[in-house]
Design a protein around this ligand. Structure first.
Ligand code: ADP
Ligand code: ZN
Length: 721
């Protein structure tokens, strides 16, 4: 091969051709550095004939600079990159970047310098130095990372390095991970668990594409069950990927994994330090990382010899990425398994309708775990009709729920209250003039967070101190909170039960794996009586002393009115209900609602999942919604309202007219302003027979957009804002 076509990691550039200098060996998948003008680019040598472009005359080709010493990307992974870019209408380069997502892994030294406390003290102690020394106990990292942990400037730490209080250590980047032992501590499985595990173990042995859906009630031991095929893959020396929806759940998983296999798995998520990222990336690509547990981005890593993929809590919408490449890791997992010819296991107590549909058509093999492990009973579910049992104004807990909490506290048991709203109150008003505090960059209210004394926008991350006076009328001390968030419910509980130990559990309070671990330990030790949490606490946690779950407002999720509102409400409430009574004591669930007659609420109360799914399936069929038809959203945005509107209208004028594709819009998006950009939206509804992606690409490619306009395409959208 003396000429090659590269997929370069720059979405603004198309494929580029180069010559291969004498003595350099490359093959498809090789990661290389190539000259581009006065600079260089990183690229991947691609299969001949699979990237479009015109042949450049051989005499004009520049030679490749060097081959980066990492294993070439495998053919199945190259096919996955192509498929993902094609299906989600994304740039190949953007998908390839997710594969090579640890820049540091691609070269550079194999050791690096990290820092840690030496045990000495500075000549002069300052409050900042003291705080840093306290915060850094047991920590090791780069100066920048330590500065982040300690919340001080890098300068402060450099000063401590000069004084010998912080010392440098040389660490090998590629030090090996501890070895997991498939037979370390094998549990006795129940007969149901055993028969599911047997099927999966066989599938790992068969080394063929095989998609499975484990449909198991909460507490049925799905994790213990899928650990068996994991063990089988380990015995065969193959790698395993386990995808989890939230980092906060990793901790729980890690300890269970360690109990079963005697060593922790390799982690992959966004808060990994750069050295850990690099170490993990290299171990994954060389095959020495046996089991990788990670967030959705772990799906695109270049595994050397993958033998099994597990997607736990597969119904979770956080598997859908909503920026950059807008992919759904659950669906791409199945595609990866197909290209690599291996089994993939989706596990859930409330599978997505799409997944159940795939099972009913025989595409996925459905494996059931119909009862809780160890004889624990599913909790008793009752509705609290808020139209009958009205809490007093400014309060949100109705009398039956309060009585329930009281009884559990007296019995020394634990309570979980679920409300999917972070912060203290979703809306803040001026009591004098009625001014509503709005985000300047988004069409959204600012949410009051009392714990951190901030008003925050949950869309763009803007945070401000609550003002002393109303910016509109100038009146001082005028802020009124409207509606409840978890912090406010926690206050209400504390006011009712002053002795109860109450903890707020949200992404604000459990944002890092360490904090999540601490929280879990506290609940386990019985140091917390009442947990008030968002969707973060609905899944994965196993607290044997937790016997009452209260759903503060079951109607909340239905208000958005998007396609999946009912399904999401069902799965959230069913999942949080599933946290109750997992130990020896029976559990109880109280669901507060103003619409006890709504089909989804009634189905929850009756435990009639099949009826709910059947009704939901028919509604989707009528609407041409997934899995019967497909949706795509196109968002046209600009910092200039008029520019966005005009671009959207012009695009609308050139819309294709096809019998099997229906295009709605443009209309201002529900979030008409987001991060300072005005947004117009098209919704595209396609029959299954339609060629949705080609149609979208042809339509969008015909149009010239001004430089300030961005066009985002979201295939199979989850968020309709
Ligand atoms: P699920 O994920 O299905 O809700 P888990 O996997 O969390 O359920 O299991 C519930 C609890 O039962 C966990 O504490 C788990 O360790 C325990 N468990 C499940 N199966 C077994 C088993 N075969 N042997 C021992 N403990 C088990
Ligand atoms: Zn905002």
């Amino acid at each position: 091969m003396n000429r090659v076509r590269l997929l370069v990691l720059n979405a603004a550039l198309g494929p580029l051709d180069y010559s291969v200098p004498e003595g350099m060996a490359v093959e498809p998948g090789s990661v290389v550095v190539a000259p581009l003008g006065p600079r260089t680019v990183t690229g991947i040598v691609w299969d001949e004939g699979r990237l479009p472009g015109t042949e450049v005359d051989a005499s004009k080709l520049r030679p490749l600079r060097e081959v980066i010493p990492v294993p070439p990307l495998s053919a199945p992974l190259r096919r996955l990159i192509e498929w993902t870019a094609d299906y989600y209408c994304a740039a190949l380069a953007s998908v390839a970047r997710m594969v090579l997502s640890s820049g540091g892994a691609l070269g550079g030294p194999t050791t690096m310098t990290e820092y840690r406390l030496s045990g000495g003290l500075p000549e002069r102690m300052t409050p900042q130095r003291l705080a840093a020394i306290e915060a850094l106990d047991g920590e090791q990292g780069t100066i920048r990372e330590l500065a982040g942990i300690a919340g001080v400037s890098e300068g402060v730490l450099r000063g401590l390095v000069n004084q010998g209080v912080i010392e440098p250590v040389t660490v090998a980047i590629d030090r090996p991970y501890p070895i997991a032992d498939p037979d370390y501590d094998q549990p006795d499985l129940s007969p149901d668990q055993q028969s599911v595990a047997d099927v999966l173990v066989q599938a790992v042995k068969a080394r063929e594409f095989a998609p499975f859906l484990i449909d198991g009630v909460t507490g049925s031991g799905k994790t213990e069950t899928y650990f068996e095929p994991v063990a089988q893959a380990l015995r065969m020396g193959r790698q395993v990927l386990v995808l989890l929806p939230e980092i906060a759940l990793t901790e729980n998983f890690l300890s269970r994994f360690e109990d079963r296999f005697g060593a922790a798995p390799v982690q992959w998520h966004s808060s990994l330090r750069s050295t850990e990222r690099r170490r993990a990336w290299r171990a994954i690509s060389e095959g020495s990382a046996q089991v990788v547990v990670g967030a959705r981005s772990a799906l695109f890593l270049p595994y050397a010899d993958l033998g099994l993929i597990v997607v736990d809590e597969a119904h979770e919408i956080s598997f859908k990425q909503d920026d950059g490449v807008r992919y759904n890791a659950r669906d791409v997992s199945v595609m990866r398994a197909r290209f690599e010819r291996l089994p993939v296991v989706l596990a859930s107590a409330t599978p997505a309708l799409e997944s159940l549909h795939m099972a009913s058509t025989g595409t996925y093999t459905k494996l059931d775990l119909p009862s809780r492990f160890g004889g624990a009973q599913l909790p008793d579910i009752k509705l609290v009709d808020l139209t009958q049992e009205k809490p007093p104004s400014g309060r949100w807990l109705a009398a039956p729920l309060i009585a329930g909490i009281e009884a559990r506290l007296e019995a020394g048991e634990q309570v979980l209250l679920f409300l999917n709203r972070r912060g203290y109150a979703p809306l803040t008003l001026c009591r004098n003039c009625g001014h509503r505090f709005k985000c300047p960059n988004c069409s959204a209210w600012l949410v009051e967070h009392r714990l951190s004394a901030r008003l925050a926008c949950h869309h763009c991350g803007l945070e401000t101190k609550p003002p002393d006076a109303c910016p509109e009328c100038g009146e001082g001390d005028c802020l009124v909170a409207c509606g409840p968030g978890v912090e406010r419910i926690a206050d209400e509980v504390s006011a009712l039960f002053p002795d109860a130990r109450v903890a707020v559990a949200t992404s604000d309070t459990l944002g890092s794996p360490e904090r999540a671990a601490q929280f879990i330990a506290q609940v386990r030790e019985g140091a917390i009586d009442v947990i008030v949490g968002t969707q973060l606490v609905t899944k994965g946690f196993h607290f044997p002393e937790l016997t009452l779950v209260g759903v503060v407002d079951a109607d909340l999720g239905l208000e958005g009115g998007d396609l999946r509102a009912a399904e999401r409400t069902y799965s959230q409430v069913a999942q949080v209900a599933g946290r109750a009574g997992r130990g020896e004591k029976p559990g109880e669930v109280l669901i507060q609602t103003r619409h006890p007659e709504a089909p989804v609420i009634a189905a929850l109360a009756n435990g009639d999942r099949d009826a709910f799914y059947a009704a939901e399936t028919e509604a989707r069929r009528d609407a041409g919604a997934p899995p019967f038809g497909r949706w795509a959203a196109i968002i046209i945005s600009s910092e200039d309202e008029r520019e966005a509107r005009e671009a959207a209208v012009r695009l609308g004028d050139t819309r294709p007219h096809l019998p099997d594709i229906h295009i709605l819009g443009p209309a201002p998006a529900p979030l008409a302003l987001l991060r300072g950009r005005y947004r117009y939206r098209f919704l595209v509804n396609a029959r299954r027979s339609a060629n949705l992606q080609d149609t979208l690409r042809e339509w969008l490619d015909r149009q010239q957009f001004p430089p300030g306009v961005r066009v985002g395409v979201d295939v199979d959208p989850y968020s309709f804002v």
